[in-house]
Design a protein around this ligand. Sequence first.
Ligand code: PLP
Length: 451
Amino acid sequence: PAITNHLPTSELQALDAAHHMHPFTAGGELAAKGARVITRANGVFLHDSEGNEILDGMAGLWCVNIGYGRGELADVAARQMRELPYYNTFFQTTHVPAIALTQKIAELAPGDLNHVFFAGSGSEANDTNLRMVRTYWAIKGKPDKHIVISRKNAYHGSSVGSGSLGGMTAMHAQGGLPIPGIVHIDQPNWWAEGGSMSREEFGVSRAKQLEVAILEHGEDKVAAFIAEPIQGAGGVIIPPETYWPEIQRICDKYDILLIADEVICGFGRTGNWFGSQTLGIKPHIMTIAKGLSSGYQPIGGSIVCDEVAEVIGSGEFNHGYTYSGHPVAAAVALENLRILEEENVLDHVRDVAMPALHEMWHGLADHPLVGETTITGMMGSLALTPHKDSRAKFAMDAGTAGFMCRERCFANNLVMRHVYDRMVISPPLIITPDEIAEIGRRARTALDECY
Ligand code: PLP
């Protein structure tokens, strides 16, 4: 029989287990218990094959910014597929969706970030960035300026290049990452690692690690620093206010290119179009993906400043992907940006969703298992701890408590993610105060069940 939503869940799970290798998953463990089958979605709700309605507190994977079920994007995709389903932008050709989308992105991006190099995902875009910054310095006569400094626990993607830029030890342990020429400094996680320092002191001291790394390797060897304005998959680590100004000063002083990975923070997540605006960063390159199309089509890219684009454009940049600037993905992304703009989604975030979400989130701080609640814009995290005052860690392996809490959330029809023992939230930007309150109720129930 055809494989459709009408098959019994157990049959779909068995077929899934037989042939589908899931990303970032222990396959055998999942096969034994069966993956939850998601059948459709609307607004902020997912539906599964058992008829449950699940509140998506993660906007998919931090990407469905306008929410599910927007038929306009489907219409645009169908129209574009009929008119021009595919053509490349490699060999002296272009097309209207790519022209229009680059125009729009250049208009939205701050400063002189006026140029876009397209990719199919955030990982690909960061691979592009790695090659682009090294190529930039080589063209400028400094081929030795090749080291890229990144941060521990950062997530920049899963390909060989972007996984190396990232600082996830579990990823580095598999498949020969990181590649040479990448250096990782500590993240600014004050709650867990600040010790007796004030937030402000800690922010400066963590930023100074960049200067130490530059001096250790030599200013003439370091090409760029890459970081997420707010580290997302690393546990929504919101840096102290002193952190980014010091990083910016150091990059400027030593002539280091600054890459802001805006894959999560971009397109409204922090309450502005880009996280760099919220955190006061002036990058030379921004990585984008996810919210660019609200996840309706796979598309990513690099937004590049005038100077870097001019240098890179002075010769042939031997780099690109078959799907760079894919016309259907570009048309869908453009429609997504139209909705974000014309429906004033950022105003909704700032005036309605953010205040409600922050109040709900900080309201969880009185729970005996919650050590810290922290949130900027529409992305937040809370630290689980067995003892608030001492910030103690659980006796179980790191991540076990977080995993249990995530499972209890899921059993209560709420998607929340855990990063070790931090719980993370990042709902669709169009979420209403009532839906936010419901997230709060389900999260508290899950916490109670873990206590
Ligand atoms: N950069 C950041 C900050 C991300 O959070 C992610 C994905 O979560 C990526 C890059 C990689 O994007 P993709 O999964 O589209 O390759």
